[in-house]
Design a binder for this molecule. Sequence first.
Ligand code: ATP
Ligand code: MG
Length: 402
Amino acid sequence: MNYEHILIRYAELSLKGKNRKFFEQKLQSNIREALKPFPAVKTSKSFGRMFVQLNGEDEEKVSDRLKNVFGIHSFSPAVKVPLEKEAICEGALWAAKDALPEGNRTFKVSVRRTNKDFPIGSQEMNQIVGGHVLRNMNHLSVDLHHPDVHLKVEIRQEAAYITCKVIKASGGLPVGTSGKVMLMLSGGIDSPVAGYLALKRGVTIEAVHFHSPPFTNERAKQKVEDLVKVLTKFGGNMNLHIVPFTDVQTAIHKQVPDNYEMTVMRRFMLRITEKLAEINQAKGIVNGESLGQVASQTLESMYAINEVTSIPVLRPLITMDKLEVIDVARAIGTYDISILPYEDCCTIFLPSESKTKPNHLKAQRYESFLDIEKMVDQTVERMETMKIHEGIDENKGFEKLF
Ligand code: ATP
Ligand code: MG
């Protein structure tokens, strides 16, 4: 006998009405996509659960990938047996032996019968299965409250499934069920984490990176590509728009007083990102700002910068401490890439002192010397877009997520 199946549970709270079917279909197609490297695997749906049939593929490797699929609450390797009392007992015994090493151990059986055609009730089955396991294993006793192993038997329409461990997955909503956003992706620690958390709420992402050659080099660009590559593990293939920002930055540097350069530069970034959102039918922008972290992220700064756009700007990290962000960055595998020391466009030209309380009217006045629309349009015209494909890199696992 073997764990030939994986039973997948998803968060049912969001599964109301018409959305349910959409949610389930998206989740199933995302699972299929994530399990593409395992060609023998088959997936199926049945009444509020999904099943992966392993067909000889490695259970642990498949599990590692399922942990990264948003919308899955938890999953369990399962033994599938025919709808017969004896087969169920044998399956349960195998699972108990597999899960419990020798020595004094406790267990508990819970039978759930959704198939009412099965002739034995769940209470009676509890006793039959429990009795069978007890008779065939030494040093074992029943503990209904804190068992070492909880054997669960689901008697369903097509077969019975026996599971005894629950693996927690990432939760959230299936990517593709919440619309599309543009992710402002610098090479820093925060924005990839913001992207990850946005994906968790079910959005699809197109990444936008502002690049200022020759002040920022090819390696800085490569770094952002690598970060997107990590995000594709959670969100599938992704577009990355590289925006040539040198001309805009140079013009700002000439026209705007030092202490307002950063505010005005951010306003341009936001305008350009909004334009890209419009072109790509995205309904929002995600960035990596956290309240009060640096001068550009005070409430006053956000007020002065945000006024140039009318579409939602989502800030998943807004209440997080830097250390909390770093923990997530480590867990998802972006941290080591983010700390590579290449110059970001935001740091060039900038004076050491930026206003922490910029006045939006002043920002407007300084900008009035610039041809804003033309600068935005010309920049967008010269933008470069690349598609980053999800790549399987065996050496870069993402074992631990929270
Ligand atoms: P990060 O670690 O994400 O760079 P940060 O704490 O360093 O964030 P800033 O550099 O002030 O903060 O940037 C704030 C946010 O603005 C970033 O999280 C990112 O969303 C966006 N941003 C900054 N620089 C760029 C860039 N070159 N390209 C795209 N977005 C950027
Ligand atoms: Mg930064």
